[in-house]
Write a protein that binds this ligand. Structure first.
Ligand code: C2E
Ligand code: MG
Ligand code: MG
Length: 669
């Protein structure tokens, strides 16, 4: 079952930049280079959210949305445009065609937030639609409550069972409609930890409230007279091996009492189950649940117990396992069959699962806790995209713990002499000589080992240590520059990475100037690399800081270009000397004509603006040849050298030009 985002834009580079960003954020993305193509893709794929340009040749964004929404009114649309004229946009928003207007250039974090909001809106509307369908179509007695417990809608069967007039039902609260509710049980029920709760009506009739389709804000409940719900797992009424909730709790508590440990409790449900409902209807969804239950039972019955809670929720209890990896294998094998599309009511659908587990006694000592935490783990925001299983909170706790440890250990790094610098050459593609070196920070902790800057830099940014580290890097870079100069290597420039947090510091520029003065180095020998995202996200103060830095003589490079905004029009506004094309663009350049044409354009336009280009992450001769042909100025990557220590860099520099370097063996620093 797909739930995708469709991007429509007539500018290929914008399309690619957005696509990369959204893929990185884990979304399923479809692209269309214009409205006509957009309509074709929209018809073929399952699309939840559309992001479209406004001004496009032939069909504009508003007309495109009109046509798309005719096909599928629930899709949430957003318009992303730089030039859309105000009146048209207002008209589109007012007509309800679009949910939001987003402005180019976009801020990555803002855009991702807006997309999340759009997806949420889509889910809410879809759920609302399903609840309405049920209220209209179902023979069962149904009541819909809001999160405060107010009755908002009900059907005729519901009213009949309660024996109240429509007037009496209006806006009634759960607490006035029913008596004898135990608060604890009600809370567990509303948190969907239990399928049903027993209540008594004003007229003294015992009833059972059962979740039919509930989310966090709306509860659509089925009401049944008590005698008919003795067996809640009607789905598996003819399969007594499938336990219901009550028997599951008893079974687990029994196993715990006889000390059958370690005991694993695995919670499993279907991801996007509401989409399954939408696509197959209730009959199809029931059929899928029945299929899944039968299959799971077959898979696990020799090793443990299967229970069906309700809707799409199953619990597996496993006793016979030796180590956690084996446990994961058992579950993996049990759902493996569903890697293939499943055909239900003539439709093929891909089923994915949320799986979480707990192990007794470590993660809980009673049945309810174990099931609850397993469910929480399954719904953890840290869950990866594919089928997976997570142990209760463990990953989260571990990553938090590790971050804390890293942050702590980093405080000692400078004084304990645990930091080193590595140097990676940037090669001039004309002369094949080393034009400069990028300085990359390395940290080796006695216990944690070597920690990647991709991990510790963000932590240092968060806990403020980046300022001290940043100064350390610049000081040692300048020291090295002078040392090499004394050894006869006159490197024209060295590049250091600067975090946006450093830029924010008020006396950053003064400190930097003081440092270059201390080492008698002219600012032009120092290049400051700032990532594209950092610059764009801190445009307010960043722009003036960059301007001042450049006026002071420092060279400015935009790092990782192509991972964020990637429109050259922004570059015209930025005081920049160099643009570094990100490795992710270079990666597939040999195989993609579209990427080649995009890179060619970026290079041509940058040159027109007087900006030089560095291609990052060159690993193959083909990439090197292509970028040379395209007039790219410099290249950096494993093909020439990995980041190496100062001694090795000096050797490398003495082997210039490039031909000799390519034949040398390269070792990592
Ligand atoms: P970056 O500035 O984009 O640095 C390039 C990264 O790509 C480096 O990773 C480098 O080792 C890697 N790389 C270079 N050529 C190739 C190649 O051909 N193939 C592949 N696969 N990788 C290549 P590294 O050293 O792990 O650094 C990661 C990031 O950490 C850097 O990305 C930079 O953003 C940040 N960083 C490193 N040192 C510092 C520092 O002193 N200060 C700050 N603020 N950030 C730093
Ligand atoms: Mg860099
Ligand atoms: Mg980079």
């Amino acid at each position: 079952m797909k739930s995708g985002i469709l991007l429509v834009d007539d500018e290929l580079n914008i399309l690619r930049a957005l696509e990369r960003m959204l893929r990185r954020a884990g979304y399923e993305v479809f692209c269309a280079n214009g409205a006509k193509e957009g309509l074709v893709v929209f018809e073929q794929q399952d699309i939840n959210v559309i992001i479209t340009d406004f001004r496009m040749p032939e069909i504009n964004g508003a007309e495109f949305l009109k046509l798309a929404k005719r096909q599928s009114p629930h899709t949430v649309a957003m318009i992303l445009s730089a030039y859309a004229d105000f009146n048209s946009v207002v008209e589109v928003l007012n007509s309800g065609l679009a949910f939001k207007f987003l402005q180019k250039p976009w801020l990555e974090t803002q855009l991702l937030e807006d997309i999340e909001a759009a997806l949420e809106k889509y889910d809410n509307e879809r759920q609302q639609y399903l609840r309405t369908q049920l209220l209209i179509g179902s023979q069962d007695a149904l009541l819909e409550f809001d999160r405060r417990g107010q009755l908002i809608r009900f059907n005729a069967a519901g009213q009949k069972l309660l024996g109240l007039s429509a007037m009496e039902m209006q806006q009634a609260a759960l607490s006035t409609l029913f008596h004898n509710i135990q608060v604890e049980q009600l809370v567990a029920f509303l948190q969907k930890q239990s399928l049903s709760v027993s209540v008594t009506t004003q007229k003294g009739i015992p009833l059972e409230l059962i979740h039919q389709l509930s989310d966090d804000d709306h509860y659509l409940l089925r009401v049944e007279a008590v005698q008919s719900v003795s067996h809640v797992t009607e789905q598996f009424a003819d399969m007594p091996e499938v336990l219901d909730q009550l028997h599951l709790l008893q079974e687990i508590d029994l196993l715990l009492a006889v000390d059958a440990r370690p005991l694993a409790v695995i919670y499993l449900d279907i991801r996007n189950f509401s989409d399954v409902h939408h696509s197959l209807g209730f009959q199809g969804a029931d059929q899928l649940v029945a299929m899944l239950g039968t299959h799971l039972l077959h898979q696990v019955k020799d090793r443990g117990k299967l229970a069906y809670l309700f809707a799409d929720q199953f619990v597996i209890v496993i006793q016979k396992w030796r180590h956690e990896a084996q446990l994961q294998d058992i579950v993996h094998n049990a759902v493996q069959e569903f890697d293939k599309p499943q055909v239900i009511l003539g439709k093929a659908l891909h089923v994915r699962f949320n799986v979480g587990y707990t192990i007794a006694p470590d993660d809980g000592a009673d049945a309810k806790t174990l099931i609850h935490q397993a469910r929480q783990a399954a719904r953890s925001p840290h869950r990866p995209e594919s089928n997976f299983m997570l142990r209760y909170d463990r990953r989260y706790i571990e990553s938090r713990k590790l971050q804390y440890e890293i942050s702590n250990a980093l405080y000692e790094a400078v004084s304990q002499d645990e930091l080193q610098l590595a140097y990676q050459c940037k090669v001039d593609l004309q002369s094949h000589k080393i034009a400069s070196a990028e300085v990359l920070l390395r940290w080796t902790h006695p216990e944690l080992g070597s920690v990647s800057p991709a991990i510790f830099i963000p932590i240092a940014e968060r806990d403020g240590q980046i300022h001290e580290l940043g100064v350390w890097v610049i000081r040692h870079t300048l020291m090295q520059l002078v040392k090499w100069r004394d050894a006869g290597l006159d490197l024209p420039q060295m590049a250091v990475n600067i975090s946006p947090i450093q830029l924010q510091q008020r006396d950053f520029i003064q400190n930097l100037l003081a440092l270059v003065r201390e080492f008698s180095v002219h600012p032009s020998h120092l290049q400051l690399e700032l990532t594209e995202t950092a610059v764009m996200e801190h445009l307010d103060f960043g722009l003036s800081q960059l301007q001042l830095l450049r006026e002071a003589g420092f060279s400015i490079a935009i790092d990782d270009f192509g991972t964020g905004y990637s429109s050259l029009s922004y570059l015209t506004k930025l005081p920049v000397d160099v643009v570094k094309l990100d490795r992710s663009i270079i990666n597939d350049i040999e195989h993609s004509l579209a990427t080649q044409s995009m890179v060619r354009n970026i290079i041509r336009m940058s040159h027109e603006l007087g900006i030089s280009l560095v291609a990052e992450g060159i690993e193959t001769k083909e990439q090197h040849d292509l970028l040379t042909q395209m007039n790219c100025n410099y290249a950096q990557g494993y093909l020439y050298s990995k980041p190496v220590d100062a001694g090795r860099f000096l050797q490398l520099a003495l082997q210039q030009p490039l031909a000799a370097m390519l034949s040398g063996d390269q070792t990592n620093a």
